[in-house]
Design a protein around this ligand. Structure first.
Ligand SMILES: C[S@@+](CC[C@H](N)C(=O)[O-])C[C@H]1O[C@@H](n2cnc3c(N)ncnc32)[C@H](O)[C@@H]1O
Length: 266
């Protein structure tokens, strides 16, 4: 199966960096202190699993991903907790999850549903695997919400092509806005959806520069696929680099993005 960011070592390292970098934003309000068995769907290289284990010393994680390349790295990265029987990993397509029904006290999905052709199927599967009353916590993109000042047309053009590419790969770059509907369709109740702004300007220049760079790396993670499909030209990429440099240095620059956090109960 295809996956927008690919499975290169650089991309796997980026996932670990991303999880650490966004930890304060992603984990705000996540409380698994009473959870024993956690289902982590789309666990990738285990970047979030490691944070979850550290934050919640009592949980046991069942991690699922469809990629053997990701799980191979996860098995190394989580060697100790696997040995201590705090983590088990399974290679499965989350749209056809086959673990034990009604076994899990909570589920955690992060930067994941955007990559799945049929996210509703995943949520229906997760619903079956959770115990009644268990919570699902989702953190997902809403790529419509990217803004950068000074106006950066090449950056925005590239971002359009990035999202367009994800569409053609049957992904969902705007799924954050659909989570409420999808959770309802999957049978969840007590659904809450909120958007978490990442908004930086001259009041916090260090974070602003860090976020501009961080997002730039996300854009670049699809560069080879975009080039292969002739969706971006050399000239566009070159111009985008320039715009990003300007935004990083400009005194009055602004970075804005907003992701979605949803919670619900089975
Ligand atoms: C952006 S990564 C996020 C990984 C992890 N949640 C994190 O935040 O670091 C998305 C992951 O979803 C996996 N994936 C994509 N489609 C999948 C599917 N249908 N079933 C299971 N895993 C899938 C990919 O292999 C990749 O590891």
């Amino acid at each position: 199966m295809e996956y927008l960011h690919g499975f290169e070592k650089k991309e796997q390292d980026r996932l670990v960096h991303q999880a650490r970098f966004l930890e304060p934003y992603v984990y705000a309000g996540v409380d698994f202190r009473k959870v024993n068995r956690l289902l982590e769907v789309g666990c990738g290289v285990g970047a979030q699993s490691r944070i979850l284990l550290k934050k919640f010393p009592k949980i046991k994680i069942t991690g699922v991903d469809f990629s053997s390349a990701q799980l191979h790295v996860a098995a190394q990265y989580l060697k100790k907790p696997i040995k201590d029987e705090r983590v088990e990993l399974f290679q499965q397509d989350a749209q056809k999850l086959t673990l034990d029904y009604k076994k899990y006290d909570a589920a955690f999905l992060c930067w994941f549903l955007e990559h799945v052709p049929e996210p509703l199927k995943v949520l229906k599967q997760v619903h079956k695997h959770l115990k009644p009353g268990a919570q699902i916590v989702l953190t997902e993109v809403f790529n419509q919400a990217l803004f950068m000042e000074p106006y950066s047309p090449s950056y925005l053009r590239y971002w359009f092509e990035f999202n367009e590419l994800q569409w053609t790969m049957k992904g969902h770059p705007f799924i954050g806005a659909q989570l409420g509907h999808l959770l309802k369709e999957a049978g969840f109740k007590s659904i809450q959806v909120e958007f978490r702004p990442l908004h930086f300007d001259s009041r916090n220049p260090k974070q602003r520069a860090d976020f501009i760079e961080f997002f730039f790396q996300i854009l670049l993670s699809a560069e080879s696929k975009l080039r292969d499909q002739n969706k971006v030209s050399d000239a566009l990429v070159k111009q985008m680099f320039k715009e990003v440099e300007i935004a990083k240095k400009a005194k009055d620059s602004v970075f804005f993005y907003s992701f979605a956090r949803a919670t619900a109960i089975r």
